[in-house]
Design a protein around this ligand. Structure first.
Ligand code: CUA
Length: 329
């Protein structure tokens, strides 16, 4: 049903723009391939051995010729650069109101967690006409989240957060793939992106079925920040970092998105680091690597204790207890 034959649907706001870059490149390539191919054949025939043609006055140098064969391709290439860069910047600057959705790749499935609580496997439900921002990580090896209809493909890396935004435009079901070879069942690691009307999406988030039968399964879990708060208790983080804790440990309210003073590598000077996802993740998994200035390095590592989704839930909790404006990641 795609508008262009042999092309995937243009189902996101960026799809037509990305296709435009592709078609411009294609048109330029086709034009020069045909023009040069034609001239090669034409000259080979015209100046073949024995042909009665004027072979005098061969040009040895010509400024106009030199200038044009350097100048014209330069202008074309810079034009392509400008066109591509414009789309690239748009792709990497999510709108402020983009809805975050968390994606975890693992051998061999996609786990999707909506901050409001609902989670799913190998499917991602999305609201049409609203920008969404995927925040992605991997539990094991490198995967790549690929939805051709959205023209989006983004590597998903262990121990790092990657993100990509888009605005789904058309209600429908679109193929989702893993586009990075990740082991035996790589080819089966995929599913569907389901774009719904925003009202249907809201109902779906609450665990209500949208098939009209009213037999909605209520599998919406607690919001991620709520799960994170539970983990904060469960793993006794609150024993030291809790508001009422007697223990001398950094309190976490208002930390996310701000600058944290860190003990310098020489043990004396103080550096400042941004409290983003990486910082919080490192603080939980490798607590000795970044010790807040003025505190002792006594926190144990939670490596091999917490799963990726638990780390994301803890981060949502830490975000929810205060964050500074204008920072993400
Ligand atoms: Cu995951 Cu290929």
């Amino acid at each position: 049903m795609s508008t262009i034959p042999f092309f995937p649907d243009q189902a996101s706001s960026l799809s037509p723009r990305i296709d435009a870059v592709f078609f411009v490149l294609m048109a330029v390539s086709v034009f020069f391939t045909i023009a040069i191919g034609f001239l090669v054949v034409f000259f080979a025939f015209r100046y073949r051995k024995g042909a009665q043609v004027d072979r005098s006055h061969a040009i040895s140098s010509s400024f106009a010729l030199e200038a044009s064969w350097i100048g014209i391709p330069l202008v074309i290439v810079l034009g392509i650069f400008a066109l591509g860069t414009q789309v690239f910047f748009e792709m990497f600057n999510p709108p402020k109101d983009a809805t975050p959705i968390y994606v975890i790749g693992k051998q061999w499935m996609w786990k999707v967690q909506h901050p409001q609580g609902r989670s799913e496997i190998n499917e991602i439900h999305l609201p049409a006409g609203r920008p969404v921002r995927l925040i992605m990580t991997s539990q094991d090896v490198i995967h790549s989240f690929y939805v051709p209809a959205f023209r989006m493909k983004q590597d998903v890396l262990p121990g790092r957060l990657t993100s990509e935004w888009f605005e789904p435009m058309k209600v429908g079901r679109y193929h989702l793939f893993c586009a990075e070879f990740c082991g035996t069942e790589h080819s089966k690691m995929g599913g569907w992106a389901v774009v719904m009307e925003p009202t249907d999406y809201e109902r779906w988030l609450k665990g209500v079925s949208t098939d009209g039968t009213g037999n909605g399964s209520s599998d919406a879990g607690p919001a991620m920040a709520v799960s994170g708060a539970r983990l904060f208790e469960k793993y006794h983080c609150s024993g030291c970092h809790g508001v009422n804790s007697e223990f001398r440990a950094p309190k976490l309210a208002g930390v996310y998105g701000g600058q944290v003073p860190i003990m310098g590598s020489n043990g004396k000077d103080v550096d400042f680091v941004l409290a983003d996802y990486k910082y919080i993740r490192d603080s939980i998994l490798l607590p000795k690597s970044q010790v807040v200035a003025g505190y002792d390095p006594v926190m144990p590592s939670y490596k091999d204790v917490l799963k990726e989704e638990e780390l994301l839930q803890l981060m949502e909790y830490i975000k929810s207890i205060g964050r500074k404006e204008g920072t993400e990641r």
